[in-house]
Design a protein around this ligand. Sequence first.
Ligand code: SF4
Ligand code: SF4
Length: 369
Amino acid sequence: MQLTSQKLKKAAHAIHSGALVGVANIERFANAPRGMHPLNIFPDCKSVVSVICPIPRGSYRGINEGTHWPNYTFYSYNRLNTLFRPAVTYSVSCLLEDYGWEAVPVYPGVPERPGLRTPVAPGRPAPEINLNVRIAAVACGLGEIGWSKVFLTRKYGPRVRIGTILTDAELEPDPLVEPGTLCNRCMACARDCPGGAIPHPKEGDPISIAIEDKAYEWGNVHMGRCTLTHHGLNWEASPFLKKDFPGLDLRVRTSDMSEEAAYKLTYPMASARWPASPEFPSNSCIEFYDQIKSHTDYFAVCGARGCIVACSETLEKRGCIEQCNFKTAMRPRPHWQMPPPEKDRTGGIAEGRFPKLYNQPDNAPGKWD
Ligand code: SF4
Ligand code: SF4
């Protein structure tokens, strides 16, 4: 019996009814940089399969309200990335191999760039090589990359995580999404990004790629600023360090730190994973992440305020994504704002940050005490 794209989609749905699957033929990667081509990982690859797992919209609510941080890290990063997404990717891979095709599930690592280590033999590309999973998902016809560099799907907008499989099966490719179908350059993402990481259209050169006859373009996002903010070092997005280190004022919006350096500063495993860089010549990690974790216990501190939350709001309002008929607004109240350090030497969490309902003294007995 022949394996079809439809069967792959059915296998993904059996694990997760909200999962999406798209297929690209390898020819769609003709313009991929030599160091990031799928053939580096699987030279016999004929098709690339992308798997999409949605992020629950409600997982943003805790951070949006300024009252509950862990659910976003847990359900939309840790467990979605390490449990739900691999389960769907694994299942689709096993189905491919049931039909006698090799299936290479790709580890979605960061940063997305060619490997830096010494090749294992002459003529081989440098490990650890990575694919750009968002570009692969565009090639698989699942959506387009928004100005924010976040992948936008027609069903969920930016609320997704992506898995990738390389296979020697020759599958029917899905049609490409027309550029501009979802992202109308409204710039809500740049306006609300607390790290100043998403450029305005006049700042810097956008990134442009071509797949078949279509040209896709997005902003050259400053990943160092994003990583510092995402991992809790930006007072605009994190009340935690601010509370324990009054006056802490890291100027993330104007930082030139690279993504790798920001990871090394905030994430100990990064030192082991990546070789020494000009910013951090030794491989010794600055154990700052432990300090962050001891204060917050979770690291997706920004809650993607600009690139996912603000973008989802605009896509829902425009009605251009399928999942847009919620009874609640994504942010029914104005987003909380931390005061700048020079105005907040006490380190206190901003007053008025919580909705009135919760605005009671910390030691007030609750209903369920
Ligand atoms: S908010 Fe979304 S739709 Fe608007 S410019 Fe940013 S990525 Fe595009
Ligand atoms: S995660 Fe936060 S800092 Fe990074 S681009 Fe999105 S909104 Fe900006």
